[in-house]
Design a protein around this ligand. Structure first.
Ligand SMILES: Cc1cc2nc3c(=O)[nH]c(=O)nc-3n(C[C@H](O)[C@H](O)[C@H](O)COP(=O)(O)OP(=O)(O)OC[C@H]3O[C@@H](n4cnc5c(N)ncnc54)[C@H](O)[C@@H]3O)c2cc1C
Length: 488
């Protein structure tokens, strides 16, 4: 009998440059969409360790071991070839290969750039001082920690999210802490003047010196420390300086390969994460999608999902919902949704301030008063999930928008129970309300940590964890009927 041998189709080679948060998320999605059936994946990471949780970088000072997203063995077990400590320096798009600093040449069928960003370094004289640091990688924190042991004060340049995060780290290490911000208030990209002033007073109450409207122009080494010279003639003395003044997308590799980049940097991509070369995609902070750089984890994760889905021939598009996050700024809870600061003249703003309680809430509403566009919450962020839902699902808001922030517990608040089943609760992982309620009611699981493990919801930027908790509270009674003791 004649036998027909069916040849095993040869897999294509997928090369991923960058093993940071977006690169790692892509690896997870590579498994989710069974891309291993079509592709062999090789990953090049410049850092010496596998991807870690940069959002919680400051935890390095207290529990360094917990930051790793997956150990090197996870990549191996899943047949992904991870090469850490090896940065890619050149792309040959004509012959479709890349070269690393060590001289390794790797051919690709499809190339993904997930090179992230680097700290933005303002033009300051005297930067090459050994006591000047940036705040981006574990290696940066190792160096900062070493220096902190031998000094008593630190000055942070930058009063945005990153600067305040760095200030928190040095303050908690017992150093006298100063923050210098060039704009006239803290977190200028996210907060308005009034909200930022309230935040500043709370930060100052912790003993941090905050100087706004001040531009650092010179750093001069003096007696083992640094003299910081400002544009207004003022000088400050400190033992170390941390620069945390924003980010610059790492598009140098793309530029050298002739890919299209934005005027202010960033690799231009379309809604499917494709660059100007149909064989090369870009995701994360290095990518410019919808004409902007997305400097937060959730949109970077969405990009990884959109790209992996497309490689599996599932057509998703990058929506790039409003920027949103909640975080702890030193000891104060802060949340923001949307670009409140980019408001045009037709938009309306409503705010409440309770200075004695350290609470400030501000919402931005469309000119016709029907839609919520953004929010800033300081001190009390309990309305966050409801407001985020309203912005994302574009639901009609109450005629009196003040109800949303004056007394959200009783008025203007839509219960999570009323939200449609297909509402995406976790944007990072695209997990719907239905998936979570099914896990509780059918799967009998009613604990946050277990739901996170089962569904992956809440494992990205963690902004949705309180919504998941609300869903647990609503449905946990149903879980009891289907649960065994070990699950609860
Ligand atoms: C201190 C801090 C706090 C933050 N807090 C928050 C927060 O509260 N909420 C939030 O949503 N986001 C936060 N972020 C932002 C979040 O961490 C980023 O949005 C996210 O890390 C972006 O992921 P990425 O993969 O694009 O970039 P990265 O995580 O930076 O990864 C890029 C990787 O690519 C590597 N690489 C670059 N070039 C090459 C090359 N040529 N070859 C090989 N490898 C290369 C880099 O070394 C890096 O490891 C914070 C960031 C920092 C630094």
């Amino acid at each position: 009998m004649k036998r027909t041998v069916v040849p095993i189709p040869k897999k294509s080679k997928l090369v991923l440059v960058g093993n940071g948060m977006s690169g790692y998320k892509f690896c997870e999605k590579f498994l989710k969409y069974h891309l291993y059936k079509k592709f062999d994946l090789v990953i090049y990471g410049e850092e010496s360790r596998p991807a870690y949780d940069r959002v919680n970088l400051t935890r390095y000072f207290t529990s360094p071991g917990e930051l790793t997203l997956a150990p090197a063995s996870w990549y191996k077990e899943n047949n992904m070839l991870l090469k850490t400590g090896e940065d890619v320096t050149y792309i040959n798009r004509v012959e479709k290969w890349i070269r690393t600093r060590r001289g390794t040449i790797e051919y690709y069928d499809k190339l993904i750039l997930a090179t992230g960003s680097s700290p933005f370094i303002p033009a300051i004289e005297g930067l090459n001082n050994p006591h000047v640091f940036v705040y981006r990688t574990i290696d940066d924190l190792v160096a900062i920690k070493e220096r902190m042991c031998g000094c008593g004060s630190a000055l942070v340049i930058g009063g945005g999210i990153l600067g305040l995060e760095a200030a928190r780290a040095v303050l908690h290490s017992g150093l006298t802490t100063t923050i210098v911000e060039i704009a006239n208030h803290l977190m200028p990209r996210q907060l308005d003047f009034e909200g930022a002033k309230l935040l500043q007073s709370q930060i100052e109450a912790l003993g941090v010196k905050v100087l706004v409207d001040k531009k650092v122009i010179r750093l001069t080494g003096k007696e083992g420390g640094i003299e910081v010279g400002c544009a207004d003639g003022a000088t400050l003395n400190t033992d170390m300086v941390i620069i945390a003044a924003g980010i610059t997308p790492r598009d140098d590799l793309a530029v050298s390969g002739g890919l299209t980049t934005g005027i202010k940097g960033g690799i231009v991509v379309n809604n499917y994460m494709l660059t100007s070369d149909p064989h090369i995609s870009a995701i994360g902070e290095c990518a410019m999608a919808h004409n902007r750089i997305w400097g937060l984890a959730a949109p970077c994760y969405e990009m990884a999902d959109v790209l992996a889905a497309r490689l599996a021939n599932i057509y998703k598009v990058f929506r790039g919902d409003a920027l949103f996050t909640k975080l702890k700024v030193l000891e104060t809870r802060v949340a923001f949704i949307g670009d409140g600061m980019d408001a045009d003249n037709s938009q309306r703003h409503y705010s409440v301030i309770e200075s004695h309680a350290g609470v400030y809430k501000r919402i931005t509403v469309s000119g016709d008063g029907k839609q919520l566009l953004g929010a800033i919450l300081i001190g009390d962020i309990s309305a966050y999930s409801n407001l985020l839902h309203m912005v994302r699902s574009r639901v009609r808001i109450p005629d009196d928008p003040m109800l949303l922030i004056c007394n959200p517990q009783t008025q203007g608040k839509s219960s999570v129970g009323d939200w449609p089943e297909d509402t995406i609760i976790c944007l990072c992982e695209s997990v719907s309300k239905k998936t979570i309620t099914d896990t509780i009611t059918v799967g009998g699981i009613a604990r946050l940590d277990q739901i996170k493990k089962m569904t992956h919801a809440g494992t990205g930027c963690e902004s949705c964890t309180n919504v998941i908790e609300e869903i647990i509270n609503l449905y946990k009674e149903h879980a009891k009927h289907n649960v065994n003791e070990t699950k609860l």
